[in-house]
Design a protein around this ligand. Structure first.
Ligand SMILES: NC(=O)c1ccc[n+]([C@@H]2O[C@H](COP(=O)([O-])OP(=O)(O)OC[C@H]3O[C@@H](n4cnc5c(N)ncnc54)[C@H](OP(=O)(O)O)[C@@H]3O)[C@@H](O)[C@H]2O)c1
Length: 260
């Protein structure tokens, strides 16, 4: 049975990944900043006894990441087959950050910390644990000659694509997701060299009905707003289909490649 770690599991896409993975029998280490406030996640845990292990983790804290690694060493035999970095913030302020005059250094730093720097630190500390994985997620899961030990997913966003940027705005969010994409590409090179390879991909989930996108739903064309279930079903199909030849790529929910 594979084990997955979801970072940013209290709400939205991370929480739905937990629901979908446990419903197919995958053990989930569900990381969130404040487990006492993560009621929906605790409900998933009580509905699937023995499958959900909730671990406190603020992705901006290196110490918290190290504690989570120690926990996986002790409680999950020090191995994982899937890690999903799902934490994200769209805007450092409630008002949004659509133009240059709204950009602040504090907001940029906060957004980068959650969206790009934290996920990279997760990769740094969890890569030995992913290398110990058994490769039972991905296209080659059933192939004894599979070339990967685990899959690392960074939840990105199409707006992080430099080539696809036609509208501008959202400086912190776009820049942090571009940085996350660069981290994903770099990781794919370094973690694809050894005998125990890790498939690293960045994914765009579509526009999904979550707290993050809620203030902007009125601008989403009819039929283009995915439910969380819809988006995660699509994303799991993409994850189930990756192999080492796909490492370093940026995929949308429908499996199409997005230019960096
Ligand atoms: N929804 C969309 O349409 C959409 C589109 C493209 C990309 N994405 C990406 O998909 C990912 C998930 O987004 P979502 O829509 O599910 O957002 P969401 O519903 O707002 O959830 C955001 C998650 O990030 C967590 N988080 C924030 N700061 C954190 C920190 N310092 N440490 C750990 N966790 C932290 C939140 O935890 P708390 O509960 O503790 O705040 C929450 O679990 C993000 O990376 C986002 O950029 C979403």
């Amino acid at each position: 049975m594979p084990t997955a770690l979801i970072q940013g599991a209290s709400r939205g896409i991370g929480l739905q990944f937990c629901r979908a993975l446990v419903s197919r029998g995958t053990k989930v280490v569900a990381c969130c900043r404040d487990p006492s406030n993560a009621e929906s996640l605790r409900n998933v845990q009580s509905q699937h006894p023995g499958l959900v292990d909730i671990v406190q983790l603020d992705v901006t804290s290196e110490t918290a990441i190290q504690h989570a690694v120690q926990h996986v060493q002790d409680a999950h035999a020090g191995k994982l087959e899937l890690l999903i970095n799902s934490s994200g913030i769209l805007s450092p302020t409630r008002k949004g950050e659509t133009s240059l005059k709204e950009v602040t250094l504090k907001g940029l730093k906060e957004t980068f910390a959650v969206n790009a720097l934290g996920p990279l630190m997760m990769a740094k500390y969890f890569s030995p644990i992913l290398m110990a994985g058994e490769g039972t997620i991905g296209k080659q899961a059933a192939d004894p000659k599979r070339q990967h030990a685990a899959v690392l997913v960074n939840m990105s966003a199409r707006v992080g694509s430099i080539g696809d940027n036609r509208l501008g705005g959202w400086y912190s969010y776009r820049m942090s997701k571009s940085a996350l994409n660069m981290a994903t590409k770099n990781l794919s090179i370094e973690l694809g060299r050894g005998r125990k390879k890790i498939v690293c991909v960045a994914l765009h989930p579509g526009t999904v009905d979550t707290d993050l996108s809620r203030p902007y739903h009125k601008n989403v064309p009819k039929g283009k707003l995915f439910s969380q279930e819809q988006s995660i079903n699509y994303l799991l199909s993409v994850i189930d289909d990756v192999s080492i030849t796909d490492t370093g790529k940026f995929y949308a929910w429908d499996g199409s490649e997005i230019p960096y």
